[in-house]
Design a protein around this ligand. Structure first.
Ligand code: ADP
Ligand code: MG
Length: 321
């Protein structure tokens, strides 16, 4: 399409209108003043927004394909944490200019992510300004089964769904100087996180609380503790640290993995009587989770160090203000 002919409407039409998988619950999507959706009986609607701002959440210089993939994943991750199924997405996109090759790459990334998670893009807004985007993800959950931050009970065990710290190490690469091969692995973790929708049925059945790790494990676990009015004790030895984080940070790796952020793994709690059956069903499905500590009645975070001594743990993580 020739640049001079592209206005806002043809841009939407060309790059966003027909990139979604077909979903029968979309009565109509892009093209009207609002989308119309069908919520199945027995389901409840989950809604969550995330904004990504250039040079805060991603680098303006990144391939737009990666920007789109990351934008969808961080939004879907919030639905995964609620043990829901992602269904519909809106995209409010602010672009500094009309850049055909950027839009092509962005649209391709968006399309691949929409198909990965079976989500329909049902609308949005397109404006000119500094590069940023706000996505609103919708999801479905069986009535009364949305998993919240507030359900953790003393004695529950704390789990995390994957290795931590790689994305944060990619951001701080200039300090730690990984070689090029390692840097590519770290950048992949930063740019292409996977939202853990694969854990939905297990969380739904067995978890008492969950959160996705966007700010850093200690900060996000603290949200569970505050919402549940409990405390937690982690075991430093059990924290799954990404091997490259362990390699480049040595003794500082545990603290780094606890506060790094941008992991988009899930942290969740499970009553101990459900543990055996949960772990055996996860094993059958080929899924690995890590038990990292226990919920306690005493509020606050603690960590048992490699020396077996329990110390207070500060809930540090990324904060915008
Ligand atoms: P309005 O004037 O009502 O704000 P727009 O002209 O902004 O509508 O958008 C026209 C249609 O295109 C609407 O259905 C809107 O939801 C959709 N849309 C606009 N921008 C985007 C986008 N970036 N991604 C997906 N859909 C979009
Ligand atoms: Mg509009």
């Amino acid at each position: 399409m020739v640049k001079a002919q592209m206005n806002e409407f043809s841009l939407i039409n060309h790059y966003f209108q027909s990139i979604s998988p077909h979903r029968p619950d979309v009565i109509f999507g892009i093209g009207d003043d609002a989308a119309c959706l069908s919520i199945p009986q027995g389901s409840e609607l989950l809604v969550s927004s995330d904004t990504l701002v250039a040079d805060v959440h991603f680098c303006q210089s990144w391939d737009a394909y990666a920007i789109a993939r990351k934008a969808v994943a961080v939004n879907v991750s919030d639905i995964a944490a609620m043990a829901g199924t992602p269904t519909w997405l809106t995209l409010a996109l602010t672009l500094p200019d009309y850049d055909e090759s950027w839009l092509q790459r962005f649209s391709q990334g968006l399309q691949d992510s929409l198909h990965q998670y079976d989500i329909a893009l049902i609308g949005g807004d397109t404006t000119r300004g500094p590069l940023s985007m706000t996505l609103t993800i919708h999801g479905l959950v069986p009535k009364g089964q949305a998993l919240r931050r507030s359900g953790a009970k003393p004695g529950d065990h704390i789990y995390v769904s994957g290795e931590l710290g790689a994305a944060a190490l990619a951001v701080q690469a200039s300090v730690h100087g990984p070689n090029e091969l390692d840097m590519n692995i770290l950048l992949k973790a930063l740019k292409f996180p996977t939202a853990r929708v694969d854990l939905r049925d297990y969380l739904n059945t067995y978890a008492t609380a969950a959160i996705d790790i966007s700010d850093g494990l200690s900060a996000d676990l603290n949200h569970i503790c505050v919402a549940s009015q409990v405390g937690a004790c982690l075991d430093a030895q059990s924290i799954p640290i990404h091997p490259l984080v362990a390699h480049y940070l040595g003794e500082a790796a545990v603290d780094f993995a606890l506060s790094g952020g941008d992991d988009y793994e899930l942290c969740f709690t499970v009553a101990s009587e459900h543990e055996t059956v949960l772990l055996s069903s996860l094993l059958k499905a080929g899924l690995t989770v890590y038990r990292i500590g226990v919920i306690q009645a005493e509020t606050g975070l603690r960590i048992k160090g490699l020396d077996e001594v329990v110390r207070p743990l500060r809930a540090t993580g990324y904060q915008h203000f």
